[in-house]
Design a protein around this ligand. Structure first.
Ligand SMILES: Cc1cc2nc3c(=O)[nH]c(=O)nc-3n(C[C@H](O)[C@H](O)[C@H](O)COP(=O)(O)O)c2cc1C
Length: 154
């Protein structure tokens, strides 16, 4: 019998699907010992963050440094209601475009800052994916996620 697979809920905030694509690429590339549960954020994500012990957040940035609409309800409730998330470990991937110099990747940074301020523990560094970079975002994200999963297991 092998080790039981680690279940990792992935909550995605996206407008045009890049964040979802990155989450899917990570899930396809890393299958050993891990079961990824992908979902787009919605009104239920607020409760889910309090029920889980481990999550991966993948969020792009819209407007001027805003969280995408499908994550906004959860984000605003976290800020206003300040639930205790000290039982939660998380990783975060933020997508943005460095041409938005004053609000670059603020979506991902807002999740990271807010979850930390509510007592959650980030595992690994916040990964920022820049749409203006020539690096392949899938390659960068998969390499980061492999290291992240290794850190979770250690
Ligand atoms: C209207 C609009 C506003 C944006 N605002 C920002 C921003 O403030 N900061 C940033 O880093 N990226 C910004 N972006 C870039 C997106 O975050 C980036 O293209 C991302 O890859 C989109 O991912 P998604 O398809 O998952 O939503 C903006 C893009 C658009 C179209």
């Amino acid at each position: 019998m092998g080790r039981p697979s680690m279940e990792i809920p992935v909550f995605i905030a996206t407008i045009t699907g890049n964040a979802e694509m990155i989450a899917e690429d990570v899930a396809d590339a890393i299958e050993d010992d891990v079961t990824w549960e992908l979902s787009n954020m919605d009104d239920s994500t607020y409760d889910a963050l309090q029920e889980h012990e481990l999550v991966l957040i993948v969020s792009s940035t819209y407007g001027v440094g805003d969280v995408p609409d499908n994550g906004l309800d959860t984000y605003e409730r976290l800020v206003e209601e300040k639930p205790d998330l000290s039982g939660l470990r998380y990783g975060a991937i933020g997508l943005g475009d460095s041409t938005y110099a004053d609000s670059f990747a603020f979506g991902g940074r807002k999740w990271d800052d807010t979850l930390s301020s509510l007592g959650a523990t980030r595992v690994g560094e916040l990964l920022i994916l820049d749409a203006s970079s020539t690096d392949d975002p899938t390659d960068v994200a998969v390499a980061w996620a492999k290291a992240w999963v290794d850190e979770l297991k250690s």
